[in-house]
Design a protein. Sequence first.
Length: 111
Amino acid sequence: MNFKAQMERDLTAVFHNSTEHADELEFWISGTRYKAPVVLDNSSAKNRKQMSSDHVDGLFLVDLVLYVPLSVLKRTPRKGESVEIGDDFFTIREVHSQSGEIVLYLEMLSE
């Protein structure tokens, strides 16, 4: 077995396995429903950068990284698309395709 094949096997058998590392999650990307074992990396809420003319207090920028198997999405989402997870609506800030999986960097403003 070559390295790429072994890596793809490990992604499925370990990283995206809901009994090992991933969580089975229902989510939507631009209105399309998906249900799959994914990994969520919840960085942490950061105080958003506030401009001097901005007088809104109490809002935080929430960052989340979503690791999804490419085989589930069957396409690479684009920056700016919407992602709904539960009651939360995120915007895709960055997209990376790595070894058979899609890494989505998401953000939203929250109180």
